[in-house]
Design a protein around this ligand. Sequence first.
Ligand SMILES: CCCCCCCCCC(=O)SCCNC(=O)CCNC(=O)[C@H](O)C(C)(C)COP(=O)(O)OP(=O)(O)OC[C@H]1O[C@@H](n2cnc3c(N)ncnc32)[C@H](O)[C@@H]1OP(=O)(O)O
Length: 426
Amino acid sequence: MRKLHSVLARTLTSGASTSPGLPDMSEGQSPIHVNNVRSKLRDIVGASTNWRDHVQAMQERKALHTLLAKRQEDLPPRRMKDSYLEVILPLGSQPEIREKYLNVHNSVRFGRILEDLDSLGVLICYTHTKQEMQQRSPLSIVTALVDKINLCQKIIHPDCDIKFTGNVSWVGKTSMEVRMHMLQQHGGDYSPVLDATFVMVARDPENKRPAFVNPLIPESPEEEEIFKQGELNKLKRIEFSTASLLKMAPTAEERNIVHDIFLNTLDPRTVSFRSRKLPPNSVWIEDAKLKGLEICHPEERNIFNRIFGGFLMRKAFELAWATACSYGGSRPFIVSVDDIMFQKPVEVGSLLLLSGQVCYTEKNYIQIRVHSEVYNANTKEHHTTNIFHFTFISENEVPQVVPKTYGESMLYLDGKRHFTAVMKEI
Ligand SMILES: CCCCCCCCCC(=O)SCCNC(=O)CCNC(=O)[C@H](O)C(C)(C)COP(=O)(O)OP(=O)(O)OC[C@H]1O[C@@H](n2cnc3c(N)ncnc32)[C@H](O)[C@@H]1OP(=O)(O)O
């Protein structure tokens, strides 16, 4: 773990204190207090602060349709530094805000950090797309994907100031990649804690159709490299999704892995394909899950009256942590979050069913997948809204998780693919 984290620290140090080539905030703008991020977002879109006014607020947004660009070329290009923001979470200097962030181990709740990153990512995108003449933005910007969050600190301290920085790093037609960094102050210096890449999508004022966003112009070879990386990230995502085990058979190597696991679970006393035996120090995959239910109250709504993506991430993360904790029997630490896809918005009032599953293990590492779906009690229909992938490291070596059925084997291989991708990154 120490080795992993020192590698991570080296990877992050270069771009962490400010994004490469971007201005230090001391040049002008002062950092935003974390509590003001959401109020700024409400102002930008004209969101209601009372739930009873939300229908009227949405009606008012309809009129903003006329402000949408017909073509992307009609929008002025932006530079990376135009969307650069810094946000301060003053856990050290304002002790009264610590409680919300504190966990029982006297460190910071990572789920709260996920919420802050999500709100900041959206604010960065509104800064990129800001038109001076418009009082309200016609765009509804939603989180489509958390591409990756890699951590380089095991513990986030609850009594030291935190700084988030970030900017738009790549732009498509209606989507924007945002890169964010989180740092924590020790003594006088800020040291890197994590590095995050999100993809946000712009929609019309009613959040029904995609809407064009301002192009992004890289200004230096360094920025060109960042932009190119955004393009590569998009291609990698397409490649990963094309080879999904939901669409294609596993590779020859993966088929061998599954068959070896199968052979290893046959009972040597019986000559039967059905008689299965759990190898020593192992757990059947079906016994390595935890489930939860959330009623999605208006309190958790975002500026578009759907459930806030950060809230969904916090709930999924906490279930994943509990699943890893109960599986490994010791305190797990988050190493990486990757490929959280927001497939469908979650409506206020939904019953959200969350299912946390250990799908792959290796030494001290536990790979968890959380599946979330909404359940419609009237129609009895279920719809998947999100899939989350979390990698944890446990204090002790953990038992091997073992699939029994073909479907479970695909879950195992998918977990292994995510784990391998995470290990390559860090
Ligand atoms: C008040 C306090 C709270 C304040 C917080 C404010 C923060 C608000 C942020 C949120 O809470 S958002 C809530 C969580 N997110 C969602 O509910 C989104 C749910 N998913 C969807 O609505 C749709 O799946 C989504 C709009 C993301 C995509 O819809 P489509 O699949 O129809 O997209 P389309 O095919 O039209 O593609 C549009 C663009 O999105 C891109 N895209 C779509 N899915 C993607 C994906 N998974 N990854 C990356 N890019 C993606 C796609 O490449 C394309 O980019 P370009 O135009 O640039 O080429």
